[in-house]
Design a protein around this ligand. Structure first.
Ligand code: F6P
Length: 555
């Protein structure tokens, strides 16, 4: 356990809880309480969360909710929904919730109701998506758009890419979607190799419209398009094949985009929370505008729950305090997200940005160092692949790695229901094995009839004994519809928000990433030999690497 906690006056109770529970086995907690599952589970929207397989009891939970309340979570929650400038280092509100709000109330930013502008952009996205899907939108040569390539990175890629993949069955009637993010030209090169410029549309998604990787990929796309369509610099026509989604419409305009090509959003939409805005245009094109509205509706339902439910009955808050419990008291460095749904294969990557870019910080909002262990490493793979790769360590390794099992309970193709049951059985079995483990006693009984020598038996028992007591949440979701997915994403957004508030962080900036961006620009100039290699600006290792790169390139 981290020593830093001793400074916090209200934490002795939680420390006592930890001291009691660190040696308590969950098996005993279950056997002492026939109601445990019922009391430690809840349904919200279409989601069912069972959090009974956690190393907690009523006292620990009560103290964790006290902690959340003492940290001002209820006030912070209201401040977010009502447009206070809670992103204090950038002086901005955080209003992704307004993007999916359908109620009658105004949402004010600097004295202006932002809802009319949100509705207008929502409508523009819907109209554009439908025009492309129906074929009313034509390319320069009069052909229908068959392929849409989204060029963006981070929040301008991960959300749309994850949602589009997750909802693939809803996207079968629309154009084919492709996602270009990495600046490695191999990615875009491989995608473009199979496409026809006359039937391809690009969406350049960038909140700032300055991101190096996105601009480089966009330039490559435009060159490919112009040459494929036989256009020169001054010609029109490319406009039917390139759109921009950005919070900097004036920057897009300066690059030659016209008003009708630009879909705007606003500074108060964080990049990693932007899939609900114009950045969601590729989603709407893929699944249709009605299904996109359903996605927003699922998120809005979770918003309503999060905003109104008492902390102890609040699904995002419950996930948040459990995460803090393991991070702080059990020093869990990571948290695994294990979707038992192939469609959700990109969810762990999406949650990596959402969580790690938001709470991967050690300085509190007021500039003082955090007294807590903050954001864990988020990782995962869809089941059952992970079982044959890294679960061994979760079962018998040194660290406690809390897991979220996300299990889709029905299958989209009834004829494959039997195989889908294998998937579900594995999810449930893994969570059970992690919790129950296997005791020495059980192994002795199991191996009693074997012909092993006493020495061999002892050795095998040592290896096969599983401590169990490894925590997990299980989120059961019905068939993955747009609405269900919207609720899942909003659940995690709010979980991350709650943890940030309790840890005292600003979850909405990312200064560490910004530093890397600045250095990359300077180093690019040196690699291009546009500016001389400046030894005073680099550490010796970087200097030597750059010198070697330049030498290999013959500069
Ligand atoms: O990775 C840092 C970051 O700023 C993210 O927060 C953002 O989603 C991504 O870069 C892309 O930024 P933009 O949308 O401005 O191109």
């Amino acid at each position: 356990m981290s020593d830093s906690l001793s400074n916090m006056s209200f934490l002795p109770l939680l420390k006592q809880d930890y001291e009691r529970l660190q040696f308590t086995h969950m098996r005993d907690l279950f056997s002492q309480d026939a109601e445990r599952v019922e009391r430690y589970s809840l349904s919200v929207a279409d989601l069912f969360l069972d959090y009974s397989k956690n190393r907690i009891d009523d006292d620990a939970l009560a103290h964790l909710f006290d902690l959340a309340q003492t940290s001002g979570l209820e006030q912070a929650r209201e401040a977010m929904f009502t447009g206070s400038a809670i992103n204090n280092t950038e002086g901005r509100p955080v209003l992704h919730t307004a993007l999916r709000y359908t109620g009658p109330d105004a949402v004010m930013v600097d004295g202006v109701d932002v809802m009319p502008a949100i509705r207008e952009q929502r409508q523009r996205v819907a109209d554009c998506a439908e025009a492309i899907r129906s074929g009313e939108w034509r390319g320069m040569t009069g052909e229908k758009i068959c392929d849409v390539v989204n060029i963006g990175i981070g929040g301008s890629d991960l959300g749309p890419a994850m949602v589009t993949q997750s909802l693939a069955p809803y996207g079968r009637t629309g154009p084919k979607l492709h996602f270009v993010s990495n600046v490695d030209p191999v990615l875009i090169g491989d995608i473009l190799a199979d496409l026809n410029p006359a039937t391809t549309l690009f969406i350049i998604a960038s909140k700032t419209f300055t991101t190096q990787e996105t601009l480089a990929n966009a330039a490559m796309a435009k060159t490919w398009l112009m040459s494929g369509l036989g256009l020169s610099e001054q010609d029109d026509g490319w406009q039917q094949h390139m759109l921009a989604a950005t919070a900097r419409p004036e920057t897009a305009k300066a690059s030659g985009y016209r008003d009708e090509q630009i879909f705007s959003f606003w500074d108060w939409v964080g990049g990693r929370y932007s899939l609900w805005s114009a950045v969601g245009l590729p989603i709407a094109i893929s699944i249709g505008s009605e299904a996109f509205s359903e996605l927003l509706a699922g998120a809005e339902e979770m918003d309503d729950h999060f905003r109104s439910a008492p902390l102890k009955d609040n699904m995002p808050v419950i996930l948040a305090v459990l995460g803090i419990w393991y991070r702080q008291f059990f020093a869990s460095q990571s948290h695994a997200v294990l979707p038992y749904s192939q469609r959700l294969a990109r969810l762990p990557a999406y949650l990596q940005q959402l969580d790690m870019e938001s709470n991967g910080k050690t300085v509190q909002k007021d500039g003082s160092p955090s007294a807590w262990l903050t954001g864990p490493v988020i990782w995962g793979e869809p089941g059952t692949n992970g079982q044959h790769a890294f679960y061994q360590l979760i079962h018998q390794g040194n660290d406690i790695i809390p897991c979220d099992f996300i299990v889709s309970t029905t299958h989209e193709a009834p004829e494959h229901a039997q195989q889908h049951q294998i998937l579900m059985a594995n999810a449930v079995a893994q969570a059970e094995a992690l919790m129950c483990g296997k005791s020495e006693q059980e192994l002795k009984v199991e191996l009693a009839d074997s012909s092993l020598s006493p020495e061999q038996l002892e050795l095998l028992i040592a290896h096969k004994t599983m401590p169990g007591n490894r925590p997990s949440n299980c989120l059961l979701v019905p068939e993955l519809s747009p609405k269900v997915l919207g609720s899942i994403i909003a659940l995690y957004e709010h979980k991350v928000f709650c943890q940030g508030v309790i840890w005292g962080l600003n979850s909405f900036d990312q200064w560490g990433v910004e530093l890397g961006k600045q250095l990359a620009s300077r180093i690019l100039n040196e690699i291009n030999a546009e500016t001389p290699l400046d030894a005073a600006c680099h550490d010796p290792s970087t200097q030597a690497l750059l010198a070697r790169l330049l030498q290999l390139r013959g500069n």
